[in-house]
Design a protein around this ligand. Sequence first.
Ligand code: NAG
Ligand code: NAG
Ligand code: NAG
Ligand code: NAG
Ligand code: NAG
Ligand code: NAG
Ligand code: NAG
Ligand code: NAG
Length: 467
Amino acid sequence: MWTTPRRNQVLDSILLLVGIVLVLININGVESRKVRLSESLGYPTIGCNRKYSASLTDFGGVGDGVTSNTEAFKSAIDNLSQYGSDGGSLLFVPPGKWLTGSFNLTSHFTLYLHKDATLLAAQDENEWAVIDPLPSYGRGRDADGGRYISLIFGTNLTDVVITGENGTIDGQGPSWWDKFHKKELKYTRPYLIEIMFSNEVQISNLTLINSPSWNVHPVYSSNVVVQGLTILAPVTSPNTDGINPDSCTNTRIEDCYIVSGDDCVAVKSGWDEYGIRFGMPTKQLLIRRLTCISPFSAVIALGSEMSGGIEDVRAEDIVGINSESAVRIKTAIGRGNYVKDIYVRRMTMKTMKMVFWMAGNYGSHPDNDFDPNAIPVIQNINFRDVVAENVTMAARLEGIPGHPFTGICISNATIGLTKKPKKIQWNCTEIAGVSSDVSPPPCNLLTDQGPENACNFPDDSFPSFKI
Ligand SMILES: *[C@@H]1O[C@H](CO)[C@@H](O)[C@H](O)[C@H]1NC(C)=O
Ligand SMILES: *[C@@H]1O[C@H](CO)[C@@H](O)[C@H](O)[C@H]1NC(C)=O
Ligand SMILES: *[C@@H]1O[C@H](CO)[C@@H](O)[C@H](O)[C@H]1NC(C)=O
Ligand SMILES: *[C@@H]1O[C@H](CO)[C@@H](O)[C@H](O)[C@H]1NC(C)=O
Ligand SMILES: *[C@@H]1O[C@H](CO)[C@@H](O)[C@H](O)[C@H]1NC(C)=O
Ligand SMILES: *[C@@H]1O[C@H](CO)[C@@H](O)[C@H](O)[C@H]1NC(C)=O
Ligand SMILES: *[C@@H]1O[C@H](CO)[C@@H](O)[C@H](O)[C@H]1NC(C)=O
Ligand SMILES: *[C@@H]1O[C@H](CO)[C@@H](O)[C@H](O)[C@H]1NC(C)=O
């Protein structure tokens, strides 16, 4: 990994001079610009191999925490977007506090935050464009109609990277949470990062704090990597989900640490009749090396909006601390489609209300037009190699009456209980499946297969992709 060297001003000046000399002796304009920008000013092109780079300050950016940089981001990215078909570009955000409203990304582009750079999201909602609801949701999640655009937004892009050396994006959420609780907002709250209809997306090595709502929302996209994020929000803040892959194909979420007021990872694919009509599943999702604290929500949630289908999800090496549940499947009549082929292994948990939770009666519909015959199918859900301590209840597994959740498999799970555990550890209704080496002993609906009958975890891997 390339890191920005600390350079004193003398060295910078020398490098600038060298750069200018190189510009003067180089008759190839394209080459000279590359040299001048990337070599002399000392910001990275490595890691993303962009041919052109520029700093936000080249476009009038001021990192004093007070001056708005919305225009600086806009003109910088407008300018850099011309290099999309010529080697791509990188926008460097230097140390400082950069107040900004929403801005849009471009293709073959890297947004790179220095470790001491903080983006501060503007707080006045008049600074936020209102965009259409997501077609697979039909309406905003908080309110009918449109939604405030996210702080960093991109749509219909190819090859886009948002990264840093653990630089910070601060959503300044408290005022949004307050207005949300007081029902003072006309539209759905913004997310920190939303990338829509895009291919080859990387979001890495950043700290995201106090998002107004969800943090990272890749939607209708493919070949997405989310890596090395620290996501922090008060555990009581509303809907501050960590990472929400939504109708995405081939996504990898790894090495993230999340403390939040909602699910750490929430896998989605649209809401009732809108999601069914749009018909775009989330599939080929790998989640690994995730550490989560979420006292009122799940480490990994599947749903409740799953109406495009969720399939082929693998999660491994997951640590959950002080969370409500480890893996939670939420669905309801009217959602339609399926959650199937889910594989989880090597979960370590400490202080959990519940380890396994599945609910077929999760309410919340976009409107009354959902199809009562759209029954979601929940099938082939596998958990193995689970160690949990200080747990209140092992599992609550509730299928849909007359439409049981099937193919549930739990093996090699050791669940240690709190001093005051629930009397009934496994409450199972309308489910079918098997178990092996599970303690405390599971419900009879999970037929005991005897010892050492491990649940499946596929050993192939998802298609690799370049970023
Ligand atoms: C993120 O940081 C890690 C650890 O410093 C490093 O190995 C990795 O290459 C970085 N990733 C990117 C995309 O910069
Ligand atoms: C934007 O791009 C043009 C090249 O088309 C360049 O000449 C100009 O200096 C750039 N603007 C800034 C502020 O760097
Ligand atoms: C970003 O794109 C969205 C949707 O395409 C648009 O509504 C919004 O005005 C754009 N924002 C800026 C700052 O250009
Ligand atoms: C983005 O892609 C989607 C899906 O292909 C398409 O429906 C939409 O019109 C595109 N939007 C823009 C602004 O190009
Ligand atoms: C990034 O910053 C956060 C917040 O300061 C810190 O908790 C985390 O350990 C840092 N991550 C890395 C890889 O340095
Ligand atoms: C059971 O799970 C534990 C914890 O992940 C693991 O160390 C152990 O090897 C597993 N046992 C078997 C037989 O797979
Ligand atoms: C165990 O869980 C309870 C809540 O059920 C919590 O109050 C207590 O602090 C936990 N103990 C430890 C040792 O983590
Ligand atoms: C078990 O779950 C059912 C719903 O499926 C619920 O009605 C019942 O109260 C639960 N029993 C206990 C003891 O928690």
